[in-house]
Design a binder for this molecule. Structure first.
Ligand SMILES: C[S@@+](CC[C@H](N)C(=O)[O-])C[C@H]1O[C@@H](n2cnc3c(N)ncnc32)[C@H](O)[C@@H]1O
Length: 286
């Protein structure tokens, strides 16, 4: 398996302007692995259900955009066998190195990884039966442009599948200061990067704007009382600290207090954490 570099000029800058790697607010590479593994534990079951409901089966040619360390792509590669293949695209070399190594160690031969931008993947037009993204659009300042790129990769009759979250689904019962501040801080950071904290709920409308006239929709609200998964936002906040401080959305001292409160909430089974609301949308290209 080899990482193919596409979508960048020889100076490492995306042809469209800025290098997306520089704008991504979370960690990449080894520093991102434990959080992405936790993310997969939390959201993986619903993702597998979604992709199966959307028609994933053997023989399909699939592209995953913003594939991260390849956790979903690896599962998809087994589902499309025999006869199918998966191309994973991400803007981070570090993520792709891990994805490639894990794929090779697992002996997977129908999976390739490509370094590129979601706005200009460099993958063949009309070349795929199913194109998928998870938690990518919430990191992009022009999600419609990425959706247009994903649509252009699909053959006629191919299926576009996207899932993404919105901050409105994050809260605790009873309410806690830590989670109230998390949503406020996230809002400030997102605004400073021109990102949409509510992209998930807008997906059905964006699909229609892209010409997918009959999108299907499902909402997955993750609720937790216990377990390592309940620390997801604490770990995310720690990872996003440099971007939070740069946006002046909080201070190091406040982040420490919030993370400590989140750690205690994770151990307190009397507090219900609504971890995330994920909107899943899929539609066929006509
Ligand atoms: C939150 S992670 C999700 C990874 C994976 N989809 C998953 O759910 O496990 C977002 C991924 O999008 C990638 N990314 C961010 N901006 C991008 C862009 N403009 N083009 C391509 N990938 C991008 C990041 O490098 C990161 O791997």
């Amino acid at each position: 398996m080899q990482i193919v570099r596409i979508g960048y000029s020889s100076r490492g800058i995306m042809q469209g302007g800025q290098n997306p790697d520089k704008r991504y607010i979370l960690a990449t590479g080894e520093k991102a692995v434990s959080r992405l593994d936790l993310l997969e534990r939390i959201f993986g079951p619903a993702t597998r259900h979604l992709l199966s409901a959307a028609g994933l089966c053997s023989g399909l040619r699939v592209a995953e955009i913003g594939c991260g360390i390849g956790l979903t792509a690896r599962w998809v590669s087994a589902q499309v066998s025999p006869g199918g293949s998966v191309a994973g695209v991400d803007s981070s070399t570090e993520q792709l190195r891990i994805a490639e190594k894990s794929g090779a160690e697992a002996g997977i031969t129908n999976l390739s990884f490509h370094e590129g931008s979601a706005y200009e993947t460099g993958l063949p037009r009309d070349g795929f039966d199913l194109v998928y993204s998870r938690f990518l659009l919430c990191h992009l300042d022009d999600p419609l442009k990425a959706l247009a790129e994903m649509s252009s990769l699909l053959k006629r009759g191919g299926i576009l599948v996207c899932e993404d979250h919105d901050d409105g689904g994050i809260f605790t019962e009873p309410p806690t200061q830590a989670y109230k501040r998390l949503v406020e801080i996230s809002g400030t950071v997102n605004r400073s990067h021109a990102l949409d904290a509510h992209i998930g709920l807008k997906l059905p409308r964006l699909f229609r704007e892209m010409g997918f006239s009959q999108p299907e929709v499902k909402v997955n609200q993750v609720a937790l009382l216990r377990g390592e998964e309940k620390r997801f936002w604490e770990l995310t906040l720690r990872e996003a600290a440099p971007a939070i401080l740069a946006a002046q959305a909080s201070t190091s001292a406040e982040l420490n207090v919030i993370c400590e409160e989140m750690r205690k909430i994770a151990q307190d089974e009397s507090i219900l954490l609504m971890l995330a609301r994920v909107t899943q949308v899929w539609a066929r290209k006509t």
